[in-house]
Ligand binder design. Sequence first.
Ligand SMILES: Nc1ncnc2c1ncn2[C@@H]1O[C@H](COP(=O)(O)OP(=O)(O)OP(=O)(O)O)[C@@H](O)[C@H]1O
Ligand SMILES: [Mg+2]
Length: 254
Amino acid sequence: MKLGIVGKGGVGKTTVSALLADAYAATGRRVVAIDTDSNPNLGFSLGLTAEETEAVPPLPRSVIVGARGDLTVDDVIDDYGRTTPAGVTLLSAIKVTQAGGGCTCGGHATVRSLLSETLDGRADVTLIDMEAGLEHLSRSGGTLAHADILLVVMEPSRKAVITAARTVQLAAELGIPAVLGLGNKAEQPADVELFGELCAEHGVRLAGVIPFDADIAAANRAGARLGASEAAPVRDELDRVVTLLDDVLVASSV
Ligand SMILES: Nc1ncnc2c1ncn2[C@@H]1O[C@H](COP(=O)(O)OP(=O)(O)OP(=O)(O)O)[C@@H](O)[C@H]1O
Ligand SMILES: [Mg+2]
């Protein structure tokens, strides 16, 4: 499964990526997580220290991945992947290392090429934590064109749901088989209801709603690993989402 985690700035993409990666790893699946933030920080949430996160080597730009390309899938994972305490292999794709170093298109091209390959030999689940915005769908070819499922993370706000609705449309144009919204940071029952109403109004299929959790907020403040201390409602909802996404994958590939 190739699963792109997208959405507006600050809605919780990195948090959800880490929680889901951890949930998948806990079921014994091999997980590769790709951080496409130009300022990578997924490593913290998977349990790496600041120094270790900083030391994850960025993937080379504009590389063709594949048996006849510049690097094979095994080269990418063995040479650039780092195993994290969460048991997830982390790749850093689009780190900006130099001011004025040009656009990040080449990094997106490498991710697109990697995702176009069959990754089954190395990963049961490949999760892509996208940088905010819709550029991964608009840029030539679409960084996530070969994703199986996009999960659009949303805060309880109309703006976030409208962004999800736009994403559904663009993703369909790119031929991505399934796009679902995932509510996050719900603080009260009214937020859960709001997600339901807005998603129905805007034609977004809702995968679930992750509650606001003080331990998640505290772990993020400290730059600490996620997935160990969340309250039962968060874990239960993640388990439901994992099961639903398996069903969606099967349904969209027949
Ligand atoms: N379920 C949650 N409960 C509590 N806090 C949360 C939850 N999800 C996200 N947050 C908080 O929201 C903030 C943004 O989260 P995160 O960095 O995951 O968002 P993002 O979408 O990846 O942001 P960016 O667009 O900058 O990449 C963080 O402070 C995080 O602690
Ligand atoms: Mg992020």
